[in-house]
Design a protein. Sequence first.
Length: 158
Amino acid sequence: MEKLIVGNPRKNAAPRGNKSDRLDARKLAELLRTGQLSPVYHEPLARRTLNALAASYLAVVKDGTRVMNRFKAIYRGQGLRGEGTQVYSPRHRQRWLEQLKEPGVRQRAELLYLELDGLLKLRAPARRVLLGEAGKHSARKILASSASVRSAWPCCWP
C-alpha cells in the first residue's frame, strides 16, 4: 500500500548553500527513509468547519466596524460631529442624512446604511451557527473556564 506525505517545506528545508533538484530529492529521500520527514499539518474536518465559521463571523463583525468607521469619516469630512451611536441608528438616520448637503455624499451615506443593515442582519445568525459548532468541541469547555479568553472573544461565550 502506498502512502502519500506532503512535506512541510519550512521544516524539511535543505541546508543553505548550493542547491539543485538532485540535492533536494536526496535530502527528502533521506528524511523519509529515517522517519524524519515532517508532513504538512491538516487539521481534522470538524475543526476546519469551526475555523471557517469563526472566520465568517469575524469577517461580518469587522466589515460592520469598517462601515461604521466610514460613516464617522463622512460626517467628520462634512464638519459634523458624528459621535456616539446615533449616527447608525435607524431612528436617527433621517436627521443625520438631512445634514449632508452634497448629493453624492448623501447617496454614499444612504448606500452605507443599506450595507450596514445587511451586515447587522448577518451578525446574529453567523454568531448562532458559530456557537452551535463551538459547542461540539471539547476544547470549548477548557477555554470557557479561562476569564481571559472570555474577555478577548466575547462573541463566543454565552
